[in-house]
Write a protein that binds this ligand. Structure first.
Ligand code: SAM
Ligand code: SF4
Length: 476
């Protein structure tokens, strides 16, 4: 029988990207073939995100498109996986296009579920009941799945989850309701996984957790914290760079993490530590356990030990009750923190969260939009200033591959039937193309070079900058 083809579409954060990569490798191992072309797929899986309403709207719009496709191909199976599957469960089966609903804790069963759906044209939802009480029996299955099917999206790089779930219950956030409570993975299994990845050619590992710096594990008569994991990972032969995301502004073990960064050439000088707001009153309403002053002190402490550390932040604008004065507190914090970049989101009420149940969404949509634009403009000016200091410097980057623009142009060139056009150079393996790489401080660098450099380190001299990107020339 011919291999069944599966098309996978992924939305959301790095956790989701990792789940998508694991699903893809598990399906391939089970005899499925992956396809980029949704029109030729026997099955389509959508790995979903529930963090903001907009993310869910995009999934519904995609499902609408699949419903049309199914009018011509009724046998096609559509599965919804991940956070939205867990949140909505069998309600998603009410959508005409959907055959299968699979929560994040049921991902290890995905090949069997898909086979069953394809063979029996069944419609089924498999999610965890009462996820807030834990993932019940699924942690052991998740651990085995994770250890068997590690996979990286970019050449030479891989994500390694060190913990699942979150115990924090920030009042706006859906994550604890769809991913369940915090559970840390044993350090021995993480080490084994990193070793296997290094043997397979991985050079950079990113340790992942919703609040990765709260990692704790009792093993060998001691408590392991994130600093120990970073040190352990940096010592695995073949691993050159180690990163970690996302950090919560906690005091505990913070200095240990910064010290490991300063002491190891392999631990990247990059800290993604969301602040969410610069107003103490809003931080309290968000159930974030720090003040703006304390947050800034944490950054100062990191810079005192690692002067070139690049810091990235997350912010929510328009949280219920946010006044103009509260917002100005956030602008002040962004100015003082001098982030490399910030991810700025408009508050989106999520069903079942404390903020959605107890607080009124008081800030009008147009004010949220205006604050979003204003904060981005402040951040852009800082990013532009910081980036200009790179001009004439040489930086080392891990090359990700051809830039998106390059790939788009090449595809466009192919569709237009061109081959001598400079736009489709990326299909000639030895010609130079526009490449993208990242420094250890997570700065994006664009330069021309051979696509064969993907997955390796390169030295680039920076000639120009923009708020988001450094541009330069490859050095011999
Ligand atoms: N675990 C990380 C942390 O604690 O910062 C990030 C989790 S969340 C997937 C990523 C970001 O989405 C958050 O830092 C927050 O800024 C944003 N976010 C979460 N819930 C949101 C909501 N209801 N509305 C708008 N933005 C939200
Ligand atoms: Fe959500 Fe807060 Fe947990 Fe981050 S720490 S995942 S924002 S509840």
């Amino acid at each position: 029988m011919k291999d069944r083809t599966v098309h996978i579409k992924s939305f959301g954060c790095q956790m989701n990207k990792l789940d998508t990569a694991l699903i893809a490798s598990a399906l391939q191992a089970a005899g499925f073939q992956l396809t980029d072309d949704v029109k030729e797929a026997d099955a389509v899986l959508i790995n979903t995100c529930s963090v903001r309403e907009h993310a869910e709207e995009r999934v519904y719009s995609h499902l609408g498109h699949l419903k049309h496709l199914k009018e011509h191909r009724p046998q096609m199976v559509v599965g919804v996986v991940g956070c939205m599957a867990q949140r909505l469960g069998d309600k998603l089966l009410e959508h005409e296009a959907v055959n299968l609903v699979c929560g994040p804790a049921q991902i290890p069963q995905i090949a069997d579920l898909l086979r069953e759906a394809l063979a029996q044209a069944s419609r089924r939802a498999v999610v965890t009941e009462n996820i807030r009480q834990g993932r019940q029996d699924s942690d052991a299955a998740l651990e085995e799945f994770e250890s068997t099917y590690s996979a990286g999206e970019l050449p030479g790089q891989a994500f390694v989850r060190v913990m699942r779930g979150c115990n924090n219950f920030c009042t706006y956030c859906i994550v604890p309701y769809v991913r369940g409570p915090e559970a840390c993975r044993p350090p021995e299994l993480i080490r084994e996984q990193v070793r296997r990845l290094a043997d397979a050619g991985v050079r950079q590992v990113t340790l992942l957790g919703q609040t990765v710096n709260s990692y704790r594990y009792q093993s060998g008569g001691r408590t392991w914290c994130l600093a120990d994991l970073l040190d352990m990972t940096a010592h695995v032969p073949g691993i050159e760079w180690v990163r970690f995301v996302t950090s919560y502004p906690y005091d505990q073990f913070y200095d240990e993490i910064v010290q490991v960064m300063a002491g190891s050439a392999k631990v990247c000088h990059y800290l993604h530590m969301p602040a969410q707001s610069g107003s103490d009153h809003i931080l309290r309403a968000m159930n974030r356990h720090y003040t703006a002053k304390h947050y800034l002190e944490l950054i100062e402490r990191a810079r005192a030990v690692v002067p070139d550390i690049a810091v990235a932040g997350d912010f929510i604008v328009g949280f219920p009750g946010e006044t103009q004065e509260d917002f100005e507190g956030t602008v002040d914090l962004v100015r003082e923190a001098r982030y490399k970049n910030s991810y700025i989101f408009k508050y989106s009420p999520r069903p079942g969260t404390t903020a959605q149940k107890r607080l009124t969404d008081t800030v009008p949509a147009e004010v949220k939009q205006q604050r979003n634009v204003e904060l981005l403009a402040v951040q852009d000016r800082i990013s532009a200033e910081l980036n200009r200091t790179f001009v004439n410097q040489q930086v080392v980057v891990l090359v990700e591959g051809p830039s998106k623009k390059q790939v788009r142009n090449a595809e466009c060139g192919m569709r237009n039937g061109g081959s001598s056009d400079s736009r489709d150079r990326s299909i000639i393996p030895y010609a130079n193309v526009q490449l993208v790489g990242r420094t250890s401080t997570d700065h994006i660098v664009v330069f021309d070079g051979s696509p064969s450099l993907a997955g390796s380190f390169a030295r680039v001299r920076i000639t120009q900058t923009s708020p988001l990107t450094l541009f330069g020339d490859l050095q011999p």
